[in-house]
Design a protein around this ligand. Sequence first.
Ligand code: 5AD
Ligand code: SF4
Length: 434
Amino acid sequence: MNANPKTFRVKSFGCQMNVYDGERMAELLADSGMSAAGDGDDADLVVLNTCHIREKAAEKAYSDIGRLRREDGSRPLIALAGCVAQAEAAEAKARSPMIDIVVGPQAYHRLPEMVAAAESGRRLVDTDMPALSKFDALPARRRASPSAFLTVQEGCDKFCTYCVVPYTRGAEISRPAGDILAEARALVDAGAVELVLLGQNVNAWAGGLDRLIRALSTIDGLERIRYTTSHPADMSDALIAAHGEVDKLMPYLHLPVQSGSDRMLRAMNRSHSVESYLRTIEKARAARPDIAISGDFIVGFPGETEADFEATLQIVDAVRYASAYSFKYSARPGTPAAAMEDQISPEIMDERLQRLHLRIAEHQLAFNRSTIGRDTAILVERKGRRPGQMIGKSPWLQSVHVEAAAKPGTMLAVTLTAAGPNSMSGAVHAAVAA
Ligand code: 5AD
Ligand code: SF4
């Protein structure tokens, strides 16, 4: 272990909220006098910001720890952060003696003092969940990518029977509007052109997410607003209306449905039905006809029959998703579904996942093709593989390849010219904003 660490590396896994948390931890460590290790350099402190949502993600944390031992037998100071840290707390240290610090998602602000204490050989665990104090204790934002994440809500009170989030992220908490607006302005001043509002149940934000979006839309220099992830039961008419009225709100809605079978939705405790979900999608399309719909699916939930699964394929066809993520059900310790009878065999899950992937891919390609010929804008984010090529995002969150000498953060006026399964090509007209 490395006493008195001077350099650090934060590695984030899992969802966008972890990416956001990882950025904040890096800022905090930099503020406490450490510096980020260069690419490929050894770091004195490694923070593994982990995900617990499925077993594979959680196991990855432990296999990564093993790989941190260096050839000469030494190792960095190791902090386990994120949802595995929250779920396993002190047990994590029992499983892997290489872990020096265990810090849960609500205790990040204490990381520098824990690092200092760990230097004196103490092993530390902090998985307390004090409401919001971490945001108050984190330094102000000074750096931002063109598309920056901004956490507005954390935690979940829904208790879907498969999900660990209510246990790892705790009860729903909304950050105050004033704090969010101040952070948003700081991010825009630091170069953000787009803000992605984050929350495990972002559309349950206590002040009304539509009102927050309208307030954010008045910030000069901010061109685009997105939000994720929404729960179908909290998709208010006011938020749907905002999609038709706020120009800066992008025509994209990630609305996980998980299954197309009402029987499964009840077993999952989803608090929406196939019908109510489809009605919400219809309303969103009425408000904003070009809106791209995205979703999440779980295949092989306990008790799922072939008929239930076929109902899932049907809802994919009914919604015509522009993109969607699908996962094999993973039993998580402590969740009600883990104790249910009729767990589905891995072979059946594999087979269903494949069929679902194919169906989603068909709709994704069809959606991309339907956008060919549109005159639109892209937000340039990074270099492409070929020299002179840049990649930006369309309003519908498609990756668009263009030939242009434009820096990340530039908005370009383009015509979409060709569609692939996962990306588009565009022809540039002009830069629409610096
Ligand atoms: N097994 C498989 N997938 C899961 N998800 C959440 N919990 C589980 C689980 N136990 C999926 C859901 C959710 C996404 C973030 O991860 O589809 O929307
Ligand atoms: Fe994974 Fe959920 Fe934690 Fe995000 S909140 S890191 S998805 S377990």
